[in-house]
Design a protein around this ligand. Sequence first.
Ligand SMILES: Cc1cc2nc3c(=O)[nH]c(=O)nc-3n(C[C@H](O)[C@H](O)[C@H](O)COP(=O)(O)OP(=O)(O)OC[C@H]3O[C@@H](n4cnc5c(N)ncnc54)[C@H](O)[C@@H]3O)c2cc1C
Length: 436
Amino acid sequence: MSAALHLQRGLRERLRRGEAHLTLVEPQAYLTYHPLLAEVAAGTIDPRHVVVPLRRELTECRVLTARITRIEHATRRAWADAAGPGEAPAPVELGYDVLVLAPGSVSRTAPVPGLAEHGRRFSTVGEAVGLRDHVLEQLDLATTTRDPALRQAALTFVFVGAGYAGVGALAELEDMARYAVRGHHNITPDDLRWVLVEATDRILAEESPELAEHTLAQLRERNVDVRLRTTLESAAGGVMALSDGSRFAARTLVWTAGVRPNPLLRDTDLPLDTTGRVRCLGSLQVLGPDGRALPGAWAAGDGAAVPDPHADGAPCAPNAQHAFAQAELLAANVLAALADGPHASGIAEYRPDTPACSTSLGLGRAVAHTRRGGRLTGRRAWWLHRARHLRRLPSGERRVRILMDWAMTGLFSREVVPLGRPERRERPEQADERPG
Ligand SMILES: Cc1cc2nc3c(=O)[nH]c(=O)nc-3n(C[C@H](O)[C@H](O)[C@H](O)COP(=O)(O)OP(=O)(O)OC[C@H]3O[C@@H](n4cnc5c(N)ncnc54)[C@H](O)[C@@H]3O)c2cc1C
């Protein structure tokens, strides 16, 4: 969406005169701004405000709500399918001159017994709202039950995978639950048990090691049980069995164990690296077989292996900072190539700013590192984190709505009412009288 917005701006007159066409194919009718999803789970942002409707912002663009299933760049053709899950596929062929590929990544899964039955994911607005309701329902259950084992399981929350999603969701929900239990006569914050399980020896692999260390120290200070070099072996029967030998019951299991490049990339004729990302030059052009740019093919974001000059040319980490910066440069480079050809002098290399990293850890709590090497925690870090994300959000209207949400939370504190399952339908009662 971000690349399309910049291209729309640069091509506006030609789009209006019908000399150029811009088509965005995306299965959702909106962009989800993932870095603020944890605040949706915590009830500080309205769920609708972290999504940006594509058709509202991309007024000169053809938006197709469909999924690309295959791309054959050699013949400049792609196939889109609008069929829902379980429906017969109805692919539509699309021809193009220039391809911009940015399908992001998908969650990594593992064959862990019991995971399918007990695990939850955390990458969509629906999942964030569902998890929030589930956590609040566990507090209600723990207050009511007289069974000590059930109460313990209800108050135990396990997150597997300490990337952005796992750390952000755990920290925000822990903070929300700490606030919510004030209304429960028989639960204290010390009764809640939060466990973060991570297979590697560090958290937040997409961020700098310094920020990760700093965040880890903050979580441990809040009594979050962070288990590094540990994996979930089984969740069968709702009993968590970890590789360090511990076993305990938990009614909440959130699976956020990493991401992998979108499998769509394998259904293209473009070159991939060993991890499955599209191989790109620093200009964001896809690498051709001769080591030069493949004409008409561009890629950005989590699905693109773009050399990072700050990491000796290793591919950029999959994060929002790179994705948004690459989208902007990609659009400028496409416009330069349209004007002067694929080797135009106006095509620039991706040179990211020094990473500016931060993580939100609850209301008024965050850790942030400034570009000059400063380390912040608490409210100052939190405001800096919010300002960075607001600036990046590609919609002025959504920025205002989120600012209003934060102002309302400041005035009235957060909302801790579970909405229940919205899809549950009551049967209409039998009519007392016959019509007429
Ligand atoms: C819960 C969560 C929290 C995060 N927090 C942070 C954070 O705090 N800071 C940070 O820097 N990063 C964070 N990230 C990572 C960040 O969101 C990603 O790095 C960034 O969104 C990548 O951008 P992208 O455009 O490559 O992919 P995406 O934003 O994932 O966009 C890809 C789009 O392609 C669409 N798509 C997929 N398949 C197809 C197909 N076959 N056809 C058509 N369209 C398709 C998808 O629907 C999606 O809209 C977080 C991620 C998650 C899930």
